[in-house]
Design a protein around this ligand. Structure first.
Ligand code: HQG
Length: 182
């Protein structure tokens, strides 16, 4: 069952963040898809889902990656999108003085030169604590946690958002606002 949940979570991340068109699914601007439409589109492409399985994935997601609408009819990924179909209008939020970004040591040289860029995703992802950032960095290689002077950025007019699952988001972070560990 755990494997089925993980497999389904990966499938949902793929279609709800990156490639809805891979199964002929439409997302609205805020990233929502009808759950019935999702089940039908997945079935037509050979992936069997049902409401209970989807609900179990949403409820057990360690990072709370997905949200179901209050009426139970729709689902979306709360952050992490790369598809141009979605442009979530996140509220601007005042960030804490410091946020953290976990990356891999092999990216440092490039990050020193150009700062943090969103790459294929819409926004740069920042973590509220070092522990979370370390886990994010480890996905890519030897983890390095950079400290982001989020308060200073905010005072200079940079806009921050916080997704429902606590991930902080901003368009980019120039090198001047980044600190490396000693
Ligand atoms: C790096 C996971 C070179 C950046 C996590 C990162 C997160 C640069 C990689 C969420 C760079 C992008 C996002 C530059 C940034 N030069 N490399 N100038 N600027 N990078 O996966 O932040 O499990 O797109 O450091 O928990 O690692 O998917 O972003 O290493 O919240 O739900 O480019 O994904 O959540 O990698 O992770 P990613 P991320 P999920």
């Amino acid at each position: 069952m755990a494997d089925r949940l993980t497999e389904t979570s990966k499938f949902l991340s793929y279609v709800l963040r990156h490639k809805p068109q891979a199964i002929g699914l439409a997302l609205d601007n805020e990233g929502w898809a009808g759950i019935d439409a999702l089940i039908a589109a997945a079935a037509a492409n050979g992936t069997v889902l049902d409401r209970d399985l989807i609900r179990a994935v949403v409820d057990t997601s360690d990072k709370k990656r997905f949200a179901i609408s209050p009426d139970g009819a729709r689902i979306r990924a709360v952050q992490g999108h790369s598809t141009a179909e979605v442009a979530i209008a996140y509220e601007p939020v005042e960030p804490p003085e410091q946020l953290f970004h976990g990356t891999a040591s092999r990216f440092l040289e490039s990050i020193r030169a150009e700062g943090l860029v969103a790459g294929s995703r819409h926004l740069v992802h920042l973590s509220p604590d070092v522990e979370t950032a370390t886990a994010v960095g480890r996905r890519h290689g030897r983890p390095v946690v950079l400290t982001v002077a989020a308060g200073a950025m905010h005072r200079q007019g940079f806009v921050f958002h916080r997704a429902e699952n606590g991930v902080w988001l901003t368009k980019s972070v120039p090198p001047a606002f980044l600190d490396e560990p000693d």
